[in-house]
Design a protein around this ligand. Structure first.
Ligand SMILES: NC(=[NH2+])NCCC[C@H](N)C(=O)O
Ligand SMILES: [Mn+2]
Ligand SMILES: [Mn+2]
Length: 320
């Protein structure tokens, strides 16, 4: 018989395990309204209580308060929209996430748009410099200020984390940087031309939906782990954009792309990462309760955000 404590062994977290929920009501990395309400809905749906039910000490006081910058004081830099705002918000998130990690807590960041991962991953790397990143997404989010078409910074956090593209003074704080071989993608299916070139030039490993179809999700997660964490002894930051899931599974998100992960494939990734005992930080991003055709779609997406987090934090299917 496996008890909750036995099955929750973690290589990096002190016992009893503590999760710090970092709610980030932020939308400045893209232009659609509503994604800033994502974290509020996830918490209202009972996520803190659900994690407590899995045996975690749950740290959650309130959502992150961000400074505001008037739009007229934040003109685009090149094509990049809201650059100063995004930079300052992510810098604040980096120190919050980094501090939680230094206190031995697992930061669970609720987005908000995916530009926030520039902050969350920077924070993780301050505590765990050898951490690897598993980025689950329909998109590569690796545009630079030069390759972006949209100008939305939620399509660029990875390039900043890797130190790619032109140096931009406002983002000087993004340190330490992530090494390309410590990053792996799962779920890609909408990658811009410039992004494809960047992935190739930097030898970044990516498992698109084509490979998921070909190998099945079990093999894919194994191959992804073999790439970034061959001995299963490095800390893992899992950054999960809910648009990695098929829009029939997670409809309420800003940039849905058909042909995505099934409900089980998405949850399997989270469960398998949990099982490594190496998870040190988790992001659940891009839940937008203002989008989706009806109330049911919103509820479903919020519920899926919560269940992905539960799976990554040890909620294995009942017979396991
Ligand atoms: N985090 C996301 N949902 N990113 C979508 C990015 C879409 C597109 N590649 C862009 O640069 O704008
Ligand atoms: Mn995406
Ligand atoms: Mn994303």
């Amino acid at each position: 018989m496996t008890t909750a404590t036995e099955s929750s062994a973690s290589r990096f977290l002190p016992n009893p395990k503590t999760v710090a929920i970092v709610g980030c009501p932020f939308r400045g990395g893209q232009s659609k309204e509503g994604v800033d309400h994502g974290p509020i809905h996830l918490v209202q749906a009972g996520l803190p209580e659900q994690l407590a039910g899995l045996g975690w000490n749950v740290h959650f006081d309130s959502h992150h308060q961000f400074e505001e910058i008037d739009e007229k004081d934040d003109p685009p830099i090149g094509k990049m929209k809201n650059p100063r705002l995004v930079s300052r918000v992510c810098e604040a998130v980096a120190s919050t996430v980094g501090d939680h990690a230094k206190q031995g807590r697992l930061p669970l960041t609720l987005g908000g748009d995916h530009s926030l991962a520039m902050g969350t991953i920077s924070g993780t790397l301050r505590r765990y410099p050898d951490a690897c990143v598993i980025w689950v997404d329909a998109h590569a989010d690796i545009n630079t200020s030069e390759t972006t078409d949209s100008g939305n910074i939620h399509g660029m956090p990875v390039s900043f984390l890797l130190g790619l593209g032109p140096k931009i003074a406002q983002f000087d704080w993004v340190r330490p940087i992530l090494q390309a071989h410590r990053l792996v993608y799962i779920g890609l299916r909408d990658v811009d031309v410039g992004e494809k070139r960047i992935l190739k030039e930097n030898g970044i490993k990516a498992f698109s939906m084509h490979e998921v179809d070909k190998w099945g999700i079990g093999r894919i997660v194994e191959m992804a782990l073999d790439h970034v964490n061959p001995k299963r002894d490095l800390p893992i930051h899992l950054s999960f954009d809910v648009d990695a899931l098929d829009p029939t599974v997670a409809p309420s998100t800003g940039t849905p792309v058909r042909g995505g992960l099934t409900f089980r494939e998405g949850h399997y990734i989270c469960e398998a990462v949990y099982e490594t005992g190496c998870l040190v930080a988790l992001d659940i991003m891009e839940v937008n309760p203002s989008l989706g055709t009806n109330e049911e779609a919103v509820k479903q997406t919020v519920a899926v955000g919560c269940s992905l987090a539960r799976s990554a934090l040890g909620n294995l299917p009942p017979c396991l």
